[in-house]
Design a protein around this ligand. Structure first.
Ligand SMILES: Nc1ncnc2c1ncn2[C@@H]1O[C@H](COP(=O)(O)OP(=O)(O)O)[C@@H](O)[C@H]1O
Ligand SMILES: O=c1ccn([C@@H]2O[C@H](COP(=O)(O)O)[C@@H](O)[C@H]2O)c(=O)[nH]1
Length: 209
C-alpha cells in the first residue's frame, strides 16, 4: 500500500498546529476509518526526567539536538510498513516527556508538524509533500506570548527571555533556511483557507489512486 507523509513546518506559533488540525478534523469523518493520522514533532523532544527542573528550563528547545529525531524516523518507518507506534506525550510545563504515550495506527495519509522537520535531511527524505508556514515573526511572538502564558504555564518574563536567547536566533539559524527545502510556502498561518483546501484536495486525490 502506498502511504503519503505530509510535513508541515514553520516557526513556533506560526500556525502549524492550527493548519494541520484543521485539515485533519475536516477530513477525518469524511474519509474511511484510519485513512488519516497526525503526529507532532514536539512529541519527540528528548526525555529529561533525569535532570532537575531548573536544568530543564535552561535547555535550548529550538536546536535540533533537543529532539530525538532518530525515534521519530524509526516510527515513520514502522508506520510506512503498516505497524502501529506508541508516540510519546510531551509535558511542556514540566519540560519533559510524560509517562503516557498515544497509539498511532498506520494510515494512508500521515500529517507531521513541527519547527525543525525540514532541517533534518533523513526526515526530509521521508516526506512526500513538504509545506512551510510562513508567518511574520512579530505575529508569531505575539501568539506565543498568549499561548505559552495561557496553556504552557509560562510567565511573560520567561517567554521574553527564552525568545531572545534561543527561539529567535535558532529561527534564523535553522528554521528560516529550511523553507527552501519545502514544496509549498503558505502565508498567513493556520487560517489560510485556500491553502487548507488545496492540501485537502490533494489528500482526497491521493486516496483515490
Ligand atoms: N491565522 C491565524 N489567525 C489568528 N490566530 C492564529 C492563526 N494561526 C494560529 N493562530 C493561533 O496562534 C496560536 C499558535 O498557533 P499554533 O497553530 O499552535 O502554532 P504552532 O503549531 O506553529 O506553534 C494558537 O493559539 C492559534 O489558535
Ligand atoms: O520543554 C519545552 C519544549 C518546547 N518548548 C518550545 O516549544 C516550541 C515548539 O512548539 P510549537 O508548538 O511549534 O510552538 C519551541 O519553540 C520551544 O521553544 C519549550 O519552551 N519548552
Amino acid at each position: 500500500m502506498t502511504r503519503t507523509i505530509i510535513a508541515i513546518a514553520g516557526a513556533s506559533a506560526s500556525g502549524k498546529s492550527l493548519f494541520s488540525q484543521t485539515i485533519y478534523s475536516e477530513l477525518v469523518n469524511e474519509l474511511e476509518p484510519g485513512a488519516i493520522a497526525i503526529i507532532e514533532e514536539d512529541a519527540y523532544y528528548r526525555d529529561q526526567s533525569h535532570l532537575p527542573f531548573a536544568h530543564r528550563t535552561q535547555t535550548n528547545y529550538d536546536h535540533p539536538d533537543a529532539f530525538e529525531h532518530e525515534l521519530m524516523l524509526s516510527h515513520l518507518n514502522q508506520l510506512r510498513q503498516g505497524e502501529s507506534v506508541d508516540v510519546p506525550i510531551y509535558d511542556y510545563a514540566q519540560h519533559t516527556r510524560s509517562d503516557k504515550t498515544r497509539k498511532v495506527l498506520p494510515a494512508k495519509i500521515l500529517i507531521v508538524e513541527g519547527i525543525l522537520l525540514l532541517c533534518d535531511k533523513k526526515l526530509c527524505d521521508e516526506f512526500n509533500i513538504k509545506v512551510f508556514i510562513d508567518t511574520p515573526l512579530d505575529i508569531c511572538l505575539m501568539r506565543r506570548m498568549k499561548r505559552d502564558m495561557e496553556e504552557r504555564g509560562r510567565s511573560l518574563q520567561s517567554v521574553i527571555e527564552q525568545y531572545t536567547s534561543t527561539v529567535r536566533p535558532m529561527f534564523y539559524q535553522f528554521i528560516e533556511p529550511s523553507k527552501h527545502n519545502s514544496d509549498l510556502v503558505v502565508t498567513r498561518g493556520g487560517k489560510n483557507r485556500v491553502a487548507i483546501d488545496i492540501i485537502k484536495s490533494k489528500i482526497k486525490q491521493l486516496l483515490q489512486q
